[in-house]
Ligand binder design. Structure first.
Ligand SMILES: [Cu+2]
Length: 112
């Protein structure tokens, strides 16, 4: 009569442990992304609505992007490239000139 109870307890322990390790795999990274307005914020954050990205926030004032992701699904490098692909320079990856040229006037941030 006690056996099934212990088995259930063990099962619960195993499940909660695996849930814990899954979330422990997530990484959070903060880096600079150039941009200017609220529309930039929307576009930058939308470009990262992909599998593996759990949370994303770009701060218009500080130009810092904070992203929480699961490296098993997406790499930090890929995250930089996704943002650069739509016209925004990141700390590591410069946006292609064609993508920058396509930005609306209000989104044209100062480029070095
Ligand atoms: Cu903008």
């Amino acid at each position: 009569m006690k056996k099934p109870f212990y088995f259930l307890l063990l099962l619960t322990a195993v499940f909660s442990l695996s849930a814990f390790t899954a979330s422990a795999a997530d990484q959070t990274s903060t880096f600079m992304v150039k941009g200017s307005c609220g529309m930039c914020k929307k576009k930058i954050e939308t470009s990262l609505r992909v599998k593996g990205v759990k949370r994303v926030n770009w701060d218009k004032e500080t130009k810092m992007l904070t992203v929480t992701f699961n490296p098993e699904h997406i790499s930090l490098d890929e995250i930089h490239h996704r943002v650069a692909a739509i016209g925004y320079d990141t700390e590591k990856v410069k946006a292609p000139d064609e993508a920058y040229a396509k930005l609306d006037d209000c989104c044209r941030y100062d480029r070095d």
